[in-house]
Design a binder for this molecule. Sequence first.
Ligand code: MN
Length: 235
Amino acid sequence: MSANATYVIDPPPQPTLSVAGTDKRFPVRRIWCVGRNYLDHVRELGNDDREPPFFFAKPSDAVVEDGATIPYPMATSDLHFEVELVVALKAGGRNVKAANALGLVYGYAVGIDLTRRDQQNAMRKMERSWEAGKAFDQSAPCGALAPIETVGHPQKGRIALTCNGTTRQNGDLDQMVWKVPEIIEKLSELVELAPGDIIMTGTPAGVGATKAGDVLACSIENVGTLTVTIGKPAK
Ligand code: MN
């Protein structure tokens, strides 16, 4: 396609994330998520401890900024929060080895894998894919990215979510079954990774339902914070 190509409709806007310490933005290409990556959460949902990691995706325009109010989504009456460490990539590749994987990382943030649990459970029961439960509008709130120059590669530290001031999730990054380098290795065996990809790395125990009016405040020690409000359903 030539550089001055024109479009038959207006091209959609590029989804982006804010970056701590700069006005420059991080462009989001793809959003990948890891299922069942903290043992206590694996067990709370009644799953097998030793299951290998698996991945699902959200659309890139599902990202939501810190401070936003997110209308309660359509097609659910059981919206769940899942606080997660988000990894943002500045480089990509196929069949990346874990030993080289951290060289791809731009930075880290705290995010929420919002989940329509009723839709997800219905799809699981029918052995269908999870998009209805996971890949919906505004399902990926994400705080400002902290570049590795300022935070390094966090391997431990408290990851927590409060709902209206009450702690609901309280884990530690060191409880992750599959660590960030292994996640990048495994994902790059499925798809070619590229700059702009972000990965939500799974949630600790304590996931639960949230309703209109709730304020969800998340934090990861030495990484950042994220606060969103669940609003009334969009008209
Ligand atoms: Mn999740």
